[in-house]
Every structure is written in C-alpha cells, then in structure tokens.
Design a protein. Structure first.
Length: 162
C-alpha cells in the first residue's frame, strides 16, 4: 500500500517553504567539513529566510546562490552559509512561486533571478531554461550558451548589492 492509499497527502511546495523545521541554526564546522569549508561556524538557514532574500531581487538585478549564502552567514554571524540546505531551499522557493503562479497569483518570488554561482541559469527550475530565458530577456538580460550551460551575459554587472 502506497502513501496515497494510506491517506497521506503530499505537502505542497508552499507548505514545504513554510516548514522551518527548527531552523535557522548555527553550528560549529566539524573536522570532516573543515577540509572543504574551513574552521568556524556554518548557518543552516530557514526556508523562508532564503525565500525572503530571493524576493528582494528587483527587475534588472540578479543574485547567485553563493551571494545568498554570504548574506545568510553575515546575518547570523557565521563563517559560511550551508550550500546544501541553501540550494534545496532556493529550489523549494522556486517551485512554491510556480505553484502560486499556476493559481493566478502575480506577486511571487522571482526565482528566475537567482542564478547558480557562475551565472548559470538553473535548468531544474520550473519551466526549465526556455521559460527563464524569456523572463530574463523581458527584464533586459541576455542569455548566452556556453557548451551545455546557459549563462546570463555579464551577470556580475547586475548582481544585487548584498
């Protein structure tokens, strides 16, 4: 018997976004993690914090996941922002925004303005590359293809000031 037959209802993206699971939390970087992240502390953000930063990105501007991590680390007095949870929460925010758009809402988190660390458009966002390319082009940006990646041309010139 699957979860559906047992009466479980899958959480919507917006429900996932609202579930803070006791976050944010700042933890000491473990020995194992230190090789990659150095010594100090790491902030594991709450999903709504990540969404809140993404919401601040106005038309004509963009932000990278690394910039979001830096903003979170600074906010919480941590050495670094957790790359794994930040990435997961960016994706949840994107899907929650798309879910709201599908219900006719127009004021949603502009997830297409959040890029991967090298200015790459995230192919896993709802609507895929083409949808994001159109949205970014309508805001005055140019998307270029470099190998298999789609990048925002001169994205550094358009970064949100953290």
């Amino acid at each position: 018997m699957g979860w559906f037959e047992m009466g479980y209802k899958r959480k919507s993206w917006r429900e996932k976004l609202a579930d803070s699971k006791g976050l944010p939390r700042v933890e000491v970087i473990t020995e194992r993690m230190a090789a990659r992240w150095g010594k100090g502390t790491i902030v594991i953000p709450a999903p709504m914090e990540v969404d809140g930063i993404m919401k601040r990105v106005r038309k004509g501007k963009v932000i990278t996941v690394n910039e979001i991590r830096n903003i979170l680390a600074k906010k919480h007095g941590a050495t670094v922002g957790c790359p794994i949870t930040t990435g997961i929460f960016v994706m949840i925010a994107a899907h929650a925004a798309r879910e709201a758009m599908e219900e006719g809402k127009t004021r949603v988190t502009p997830y297409w303005r959040t890029l991967k660390s090298d200015g790459e458009i995230n192919p896993k966002y709802p609507g895929g590359i083409e949808d994001q390319r159109k949205r970014l082009a309508s805001e005055g940006h140019e998307v270029i293809r470099k190998g298999k990646k789609y990048l925002l041309k001169d994205y550094e010139k358009h970064l949100l000031e953290g």
